[in-house]
Design a protein around this ligand. Structure first.
Ligand code: PMP
Length: 354
């Protein structure tokens, strides 16, 4: 730390992204990326847009809004596009949370929530999940704090129902409820339509997972126009050009290929169910995932050791050191071939440790 680093950030522990090693070709199952390339039209339009990079991108993302409304049915004043959904999460903390409006989220969830709270000097409370790693909705009823819930949750993969989310929203009319639906396309149920019914609800999603665009960084939030306006105030006070023109074009291309997206999600779901049932046959215990990853542990092998042994065999999964989940690994669901490579490697490791 230099002597110039601001006092306000001295105790900040930054988010640790999943590793992206370049030393060898790994079977990469550690950052929940799609195993499929982006839609061909997304690539084509991004390449076209590259020819005009001398110009700033459209801060209003008008063409992207048009394409989005045709697919999702939400108008420009109900939607904000951001540089990945990480950015809209930060915007929500910046716009709506402060000393008088603290945040609350589960103790096991997306690691960025606590980082954004710290970054913005927002007090926060982490509510323990139940023993089976489910969110106890009753913990959030009338809590009088701004609620951040990933649904389905990460890294557990477990989803709450639309009715459960609605109960939380209704019971906290004077606080914001943000539902992070980064993984909703793999079996969850979106509450985006409820943003028309409740003016304290923000739903965020991303093009990173189901639309194979993690590298392009495109996320979005859906909410009532007043909330979108507030987050736009933050956006225009930080970076009006937060979505670059190639990403915007790729997003339009992806939205023109919703069949491709649905097909890829269906394949991931099928591969997830196959992999889960094979892992169970080998003695693994896991949560019921509605996402593009599995969260699994084995009674005979320590979570970190399994992670290390897989890594040594060229397979990357994500291991978290937090004690409650240290026996688990989060395994991104890839192609059927990648799943088979993983299953064969695990079978070998288990045999070795007998
Ligand atoms: N929410 C959750 C729950 C996530 O796991 C991720 C991905 N790491 C994000 C949001 C952010 O994704 P992105 O910024 O790529 O849209």
């Amino acid at each position: 730390m230099s002597r110039f680093f601001s006092n306000k950030y001295q105790s900040l522990t930054p988010y640790t992204p999943g590793e992206q090693p370049k030393d060898m070709q790994y079977v990469k199952l550690n950052t929940n990326e799609s195993p499929f390339p982006p839609a061909p039209r997304a690539v084509e339009l991004a390449a076209e847009a590259a020819k005009k990079l001398q110009l700033y991108s459209d801060p209003e993302c008008r063409d992207l809004h048009g394409a989005f409304e045709r697919v999702f049915g939400f108008a420009k004043n109900e939607v904000l596009f951001t540089n990945g959904s990480d950015e809209i999460l930060n915007f929500a903390f910046m716009a709506f949370c402060d000393q008088d409006h603290p945040a609350v989220f589960p103790n096991i969830t997306y690691g960025f929530y606590s980082v954004f709270a710290e970054l913005n000097g927002v007090p926060y409370e982490e509510i323990p999940l139940k023993e089976d790693f489910t969110v106890d909705v009753n913990d959030y009823i009338g809590i009088h704090k701004n609620v951040f819930i990933a649904n389905p949750n990460a890294p557990t993969g477990i989803a709450l129902s639309k009715e459960e989310i609605e109960r939380i929203v209704v019971s906290n009319p004077d606080n914001l409820v943000l539902i992070d639906e980064a993984y909703v396309d793999f079996g969850g149920e979106s509450v985006a339509p409820l943003t028309r019914k409740y003016n304290n609800l923000i739903v965020t999603q991303t093009f990173s997972k189901s639309r194979s665009m993690a590298g392009a960084r495109l996320g979005f939030g859906i909410a009532c126009p007043e909330l979108i306006r507030d987050m736009n105030t933050v956006k225009y006070s930080t970076n009006p050009y937060n979505v670059n023109s190639m990403t915007m074009a790729a997003g339009i291309g992806a939205l023109a290929c919703e069949d491709y997206t649905r097909q890829n999600c269906d394949t991931v779901i099928k591969n997830r169910e196959y992999c889960a049932s094979e892992l169970k046959k080998m003695g693994f215990e896991m949560t019921e995932s509605k996402t593009n990853f599995l969260f699994a542990k084995h009674p005979d092998i320590d979570g970190e050791i399994l992670y290390q042994k897989l890594r040594a065999r060229g397979i990357l999964v994500r291991h978290f050191t937090k004690p409650i989940i240290a026996q688990y690994n989060r395994i991104t669901v890839g192609t059927r071939e990648q799943m088979q490579t993983l299953l064969d490697a695990i079978a070998g490791i288990l045999e070795e440790t007998k």
